[in-house]
Design a protein around this ligand. Structure first.
Ligand code: GLP
Length: 262
């Protein structure tokens, strides 16, 4: 696991974008897994700048990590809509290569989730999965207690998550009580994980996820089991890490060796 501590959020976004852009440069038909939420927005805008500078996204395929269940597609909190606004509108990924978990209530949701897993497999699996982390240590909408082998499924949102995300639902009562998320087992099958966190509110979850025991009670701790993880943190999100100075020294070394794009 490489942990990169960045001076601020804009540097974090820029560094993460270099990693994704390099992966696309190496493998133009790569499969990208995308988290929504506030954290990766800077990354998506930075990728738009890479596209403006000539990076071709036309071969890239996208799979969404999670989505609120039953939320109207034009609701401002809809994750698919967020990715459209902050990323897809600024790059040239064909709409036919964008897939998102099916979230309408009038369908056989278990079959839809199984089909989503098959679609990921048929695309060759996810090459780079972008992840944020919840204040309670969730990944996607895998809330504390989620199986570390879990697959894409319908889940109930925890009270903590409902509280953390209520800022995105100005009309009280609008927030769905459930969501569809890739499982931790699905996420761990991606070839590379890119976990991002910024701000003091994430510091405790980051510390537990990276330095605590691997446990379903803190689903993000499962990234410790993955062989290829890069974690981008700003200083506030890294503030509780016990090995913070070692990670900073490793980051400095990587910069000196030209392994980071500063
Ligand atoms: C949200 C989503 C996750 C996201 C995480 C952090 O509720 N389920 O996909 O990564 O929680 O969100 P944010 O980046 O807005 O803090």
């Amino acid at each position: 696991m490489r942990i990169v501590i960045c001076p601020d959020e804009s540097d974090l976004s820029r560094q993460a974008a270099f990693l994704v852009a390099a992966a696309i440069g190496r493998s133009p038909r790569m499969v990208l897994g995308l988290a929504a939420g506030a954290t990766p927005i800077g990354l998506y805008h930075a990728l738009g700048r890479h596209h403006a500078d000539g990076l071709d996204f036309s071969g890239v395929a996208v799979f969404g990590l999670d989505e609120y269940f039953g939320l109207a597609a034009d609701h401002p909190a809809c994750f698919r809509g967020n990715i459209q606004r902050h990323f897809l509108n600024g790059v040239n990924i064909p709409p036919s290569r964008v897939s998102w978990p099916y979230c309408r209530p009038d369908e056989d949701i278990a079959a839809r989730c199984a089909a989503y897993e098959r679609a990921i497999a048929d695309a060759g699996g996810i090459d780079v999965q972008v992840l944020g982390i919840g204040v309670n240590g969730h990944l996607g909408f895998n809330e504390p207690g989620s199986s570390l082998g879990g697959r894409t499924r319908l889940v109930r949102l925890s009270a903590t998550t409902r509280h953390a995300n209520e800022r995105n639902f100005p009309v009280a009562g609008d927030m769905p009580e459930s969501a569809v998320t890739q499982g931790i087992g699905t996420i761990l099958e991606a070839r590379r994980l890119l976990l991002m966190a910024s701000g003091e509110s994430k510091a405790a979850a980051v510390e537990q996820a990276l330095e605590g025991p691997v446990t379903s009670m803190l689903p993000a701790s499962a990234v410790q089991l993955h062989p290829n993880v890069t974690v981008f943190l700003d200083r506030a999100a890294a503030s509780r890490l016990r090995r913070r100075e070692e990670y900073e020294a490793e980051t400095d070394m990587a910069r000196r060796l030209g392994l980071l794009n500063l």
